[in-house]
Write a protein that binds this ligand. Structure first.
Ligand code: TYD
Length: 214
């Protein structure tokens, strides 16, 4: 048995830092860990990430629907190339920075695509490779915006989307978490980095022990 832990949250929630800290803490404790991110983690996924982030300004006209399908393409490739092979081995932990729920929160609650359609599309992309634990790093959007604006390379991302978009994404994540409390744990993204990482590590260990991962 192996497990998949996903981290979710809005832009600037500190998720990527926490995914890295969690992986390091688990490795320190002797677990076999694979750290992945979405979109990314495969050659195709990293290329699609570049297109979706559009750092070169070559794809500014991507429609919301095109983006949705690119996120799904990156995901199905990630499952085939990285997630399925690792989960087929015993005693492995995958930590994935964003996964299915980002698409429901962003493309569904944020951009307004039908939620059930996205959930079905996610299921088509991943099959049975559902997360065993999903940690939502919840953060007021004022905090996320302040953090993101301090990382200059990400400024455009917030500037191009109105605050109410980020608000919808945040409440979408909370709704998803409340729908499925067995899988989700919500943590406070305003906590300092170290306190939050210890909290997340404890939540991860609970699930690791439950599945008897060695
Ligand atoms: P990422 O670079 O991981 O941003 P952050 O470091 O803030 O987590 O994510 C890229 C952007 O892509 C982010 O704004 C969220 C968005 N996204 C979606 O809209 N849908 C998705 O399915 C995924 C995986 C990400």
């Amino acid at each position: 048995m192996s497990i998949l832990i996903t981290l979710e949250g809005g832009d600037g929630s500190g998720k990527s830092t926490q995914a890295r800290l969690l992986s390091l803490a688990l490795i320190d404790n002797g677990y076999k860990v694979t750290l992945l991110r979405e979109p990314g983690g495969t050659k195709l996924g990293e290329n699609l990430r570049e297109i979706l982030n559009d750092s070169q300004g070559n794809h500014t006209a991507l429609t919301d629907m095109s983006q949705l399908y690119l996120f799904l393409a990156a995901r199905t490739q990630l499952v085939a190339e990285r997630i399925a092979p690792v989960l087929s081995k015993p005693n492995n932990v995958i930590v994935c920075d964003r996964y299915i729920d980002s698409t429901v929160a962003y493309q569904g609650y944020g951009f307004g695509f039908d939620i059930d359609f996205i959930k079905q599309a996610n299921y088509n992309a991943i099959g049975n490779f559902m997360p065993n634990l999903t940690i939502l790093i919840d953060c007021p959007i004022e905090t996320s915006i302040a953090r993101t604006l301090s990382r200059t390379e990400d400024v455009s991302r917030f500037e191009t989307k109105p605050n109410d978009f980020h608000q919808r994404v945040r409440s979408g994540f909370i709704e998803l978490a409340n729908e499925n409390p067995d899988r989700w744990k919500i943590v406070d993204g305003t906590l300092d980095e170290k306190t939050l990482s210890q909290h997340i590590f404890t939540l991860a260990l609970d699930v690791i022990n439950k599945f008897d991962i060695k």
